[in-house]
Design a binder for this molecule. Structure first.
Ligand code: HEM
Length: 545
């Protein structure tokens, strides 16, 4: 899931990767001489004012717009940049406060010259993702996304159509289905076991555990093992992987003028961003090609054995098999394989670790809820350490805790942008073809008209509501909805539920000594997903030695 690069948001511990759907901040450029900076600054200023003058003249000399169209409410905007100056680094907060003033259901902004519809209510979300799901079933086609998504072959970036449909079905069947997710069980156990050992070691050396870092490595390792057949966290290859990820996210976190204010595209070139986008695409491609080549080489040495752990078929293997059999209705060339691998990695890791990080934050801040969920887990498991699907089914409070956490801290607070494929009327407003649509699920999931005590962490609320991730009625939008909804829910929940049950079963958790609940910093930062700005530290006391 990404947002911005049409929606998939990247970050990661591997990353401190930051980005948001539309724009966050122009990244720091590499150190350069003051003189060069000064020249760049001048070029930027001249270009900016020339562009502004051009647009102002055009604006005032064009005939007035037709009055027959009924547009959603909009805040006032500036020439050239539109409403860009009103968007801060955490765009969901900016949208939320603007919506309160200008349009708490639908609001029309201009990001540069691009009309952008911000959706902030359950009813409006239902209109976009159910009533007009096909009309809004595509993603914006931008130069940046084309460059880094194998020419829009990544599912998240792909336009609505046969390719997207087939590619999504391959990802779902070959990597994310219930059956497939079960085959990764041994892998999850092994990696969770390593985490348990780490928590023990920290306890014995009187150190708190950096849970943010631990969850990030855990989800990274599980996804890499299941998709690529090995991890990439050590040695030279590990360093390279982290560097590529970091640069990738820097690129995604940059505001790319060409895609929103085409008149200022020259600025992207002058500050080296265009070149950086192309370089990152090449570096990532080299990395993914390495994954494919390594798999092919292992398979040629041992053609009858799958290359994954314990005979498990990895996603890359499944894709190579489909390519060889050539029985799908679309051409599976090497770029398609790499694009789908990128989808699986990018969409799957940071989102899950964000859920775990906020889960433990909320539980540590609410000791009564922590006690309640811990008691449930231990009652169901009754002293045993391995956790089965049946056990998890019985942990209804644990499931409610997860839903409530993602309601308050959705990993993707603004859904990856959709785009109107043709003119369409939504809630009586005229939405023009090409309008980008941003569903602010953060606003929807904190809407006091829908949620009682909307800002309070209250997992019990789900016992009285007939809402969950599956049968939501556009109130709980953690995984989005409609045709473009997330296909990775089962994969992600298999990790989140098990990890939470495991660490609550085997450890008693508390904040590090001397840290009070009110000291816990709740600031957010955006990478590939919405994370804590400050890592979460906690002490896990083993239940039995
Ligand atoms: C807790 C974990 C996860 C969360 C919260 C999450 C959330 C989301 C959201 C909100 C969207 C956008 C949906 C929309 O626009 O309506 C999305 C899309 C997507 N997600 Fe996830 N996701 C998670 C895990 C995963 C995993 C594990 C995978 C695959 C490995 C995955 C693959 C995708 C893909 C491919 C899309 C794009 C779908 C499309 O454009 O048709 N996600 N995800």
């Amino acid at each position: 899931m990404r947002n911005g690069r049409v929606g998939i948001r990247w970050a990661g511990r591997a990353g401190d990767i930051r980005r948001d759907p539309i724009h966050t901040k122009i990244p720091h450029t590499h150190p350069r001489s003051l003189e060069k900076m000064w020249t760049l600054f001048h070029i930027f200023i001249y270009t900016f004012f020339l562009g502004a003058a051009f647009l102002l003249i055009r604006h005032y000399t064009s005939p007035p717009p037709s009055t027959t169209k009924k547009l959603p409410p909009s805040p006032p905007r500036l020439p050239v940049i539109g409403n860009l100056h009103q968007l801060g680094e955490l765009v969901h907060h900016s949208f939320y406060s603007l919506a309160k003033r200008y349009g708490d259901s639908l609001m029309l902004l201009y990001i540069g010259s691009v009309p952008s519809l911000v959706v902030s209510s359950t009813e409006a979300a239902r209109e976009i993702m159910k009533t007009h799901d096909i009309a809004f079933g595509s993603r914006p086609d931008t130069r940046m996304f084309r460059a880094i998504s194998y020419d829009l072959k990544e599912i998240t970036a792909a336009p609505y159509g046969e390719y997207w449909r087939q590619a999504k079905s391959i990802l779902t069947l070959q990597f994310l289905s219930n059956k497939k997710v079960q085959t990764f069980d041994g892998l999850r156990e092994k990696i969770m076991g390593e985490c348990v050992d780490k928590i023990h070691r920290c306890f014995l050396s009187n150190q708190p555990v950096d849970l943010s870092d631990m969850f990030s490595s855990l989800t990274n390792d599980i996804t890499c093992m299941a998709a690529f057949g090995r991890t990439y966290n050590e040695g030279e290859i590990g360093r390279k992987f982290k560097k590529v990820l970091k640069e990738f996210s820097e690129v995604l976190g940059s505001f790319y003028f060409e895609d929103s204010i085409p008149q200022l595209a020259v600025v992207d070139r002058l500050r080296g961003l265009s070149a950086k986008v192309d370089r990152v695409a090449v570096d990532f491609d080299e990395f993914l090609q390495g994954v494919v080549d390594e798999t092919l080489s292992k398979r040629s040495k041992n053609p009858n054995n799958p290359v994954g752990e314990d005979g498990m078929e990895t996603f890359v293997e499944a894709l190579l098999k489909i390519q060889k059999e050539d029985i799908i209705g679309i051409t599976i060339d090497d770029d398609v394989i790499k694009a789908l691998l990128l989808d699986a990695y990018v969409a799957g890791t940071d989102t899950s670790s964000s859920v775990l990080e906020w889960l433990m934050t909320e539980l540590l801040l609410h000791p009564d809820k922590l006690e309640k969920v811990k008691s449930e887990v231990r009652k169901v498991l009754h002293g045993k350490k391995d956790i089965t699907e049946d056990d998890l089914e019985k942990m209804t409070y644990l499931k409610a805790v997860i839903m409530e956490t993602t309601r308050l801290h959705p990993p993707l607070p603004v859904l990856p942008p959709r785009v109107a494929r043709h003119d369409v009327k939504v809630m009586g407003y005229d939405i023009a073809e090409g309008t980008r649509v941003y569903v602010n699920v953060y606003a929807i999931m904190r809407d006091p008209k829908v949620w009682d005590k909307a800002d309070t962490f209250l997992p019990e609320r789900f016992f009285d509501l007939s809402i969950d991730f599956v049968k939501h009625n556009f109130e709980l939008l953690t995984f989005g909805a409609g045709r473009r909804g997330c296909p990775g829910r089962i994969f992600a929940m298999a990790i989140n539920e098990k990890v939470l049950a495991k660490i609550l079963n085997e450890f008693d958790w508390s904040l590090p000594s001397g840290v009070k609940r009110e000291d816990v910093d709740m600031k957010e930062t955006f990478g590939l997903a919405n994370h804590r700005k400050v890592p979460l530290l906690a002490v896990g006391k083993p239940v039995s030695p």
